[in-house]
Design a protein around this ligand. Sequence first.
Ligand code: HEM
Length: 372
Amino acid sequence: ALIVPFYGVKQAGITTAQQERMMFASLDVTSTDPKDLQFLLGRWAALAARFTAGKSVSSSPDDPAAPPLDTGEALDSGPYSLTITVGLGASLFDDRFGLAGQMPAALEPLGTIPGDAVLQPALTGGDLCIQACADDPQVVFHAVRNMVRAARGTAVLRWSQLGFGRASATGAGQTTPRNLMGFKDGTNNIHADDVPATSEHVWVGDETDQAWMKGGSYLVARKIRMEIESWDTDDLDDQEKIFGRTKVNGDPLSGGTEFTPIDFDKKAADGTPVIDVRSHVRLASPEANGGVRILRRGYNYTDGQDPETGKLAAGLFFISYQRNPHTQFKVLQSRLGASDLLNEYIAHVGGGIWACPPGVTAAGDWYAKSLF
Ligand code: HEM
């Protein structure tokens, strides 16, 4: 479908079949007037409703004596399955807006996690986030650009990221894409159409301490830089051992084809486990983590070349959705950060957590309306 419905009880862009392109933006609110914040969340809802339907900022004619209402670069594009997902960061819940008492416990900072301690402040956190995904790069850029423009006087861009290829499959029937290490990524992901799994692991339910988040989800982002040059010198056997899967087909090393369940108990003739005890799939698996799962929805990224080293600055812009980052993302990342063989080739450089409230249900409703 070219148009993903915008209005609904859940925000689109979470269990929506993953699109090919993404722009992610983090903003800081500069105004201290709660009315400005509410107006912005309303304006964003109105803009998101229009952009996801393939429309421009306004149907009014432009005034030749004023800047055009829409920046124009997506005028002939169409919607391209655009989704816009908005989240609120922990830093928004302070005395500026009288929201200190309404911060969900699940949004509390995650603290220091192994392998995750060196996030750069300039690429981390933010009061608000926008995740725009579509099957066209100009459409996602246009959406974020015009939402940032609409925030003028109330909020400013803190950092942003373009993603150029989906690095996860989120729908049955969607082929598994590849990350920049060349491996299929998203095989054992939660699939959007697996309703029991999304209600158990993705959508916030009655357990929440803040009713306004019921039906929402928590977004964790990590900009994960890959040491591409050293990865490219690693031999195939070692690359496959690191993930526990074959490179070309994504088959578990314990046998079978891509979607065959991984046999973690299988031993080689010498008694060592076929799926290495420090392999990524073992450490991240529900079997090793008391059943914990997350919905991964990341993108490959590149920022071109690192000016200091001349190396490719590229990796995975990891995004996951879950009911509670403390009992889900943090559990997995603690295990991965401590032991994952992959750590030799990656570094977490930025990211954050945001609370994505339930969906905007109709014109006149807006993001997190019940919070105010
Ligand atoms: C599985 C790549 C970071 C959680 C996988 C797979 C690959 C992969 C190739 C196997 C195929 C699949 O089932 O999707 C990567 C790369 C990363 C990265 C290249 C960093 C650059 C992370 C992080 C987390 C995570 C930070 C969470 C904290 C998972 C989970 C699975 C998985 C839950 C499924 C395990 C299973 O049940 O089989 N990843 N991953 N990954 N990854 Fe990652």
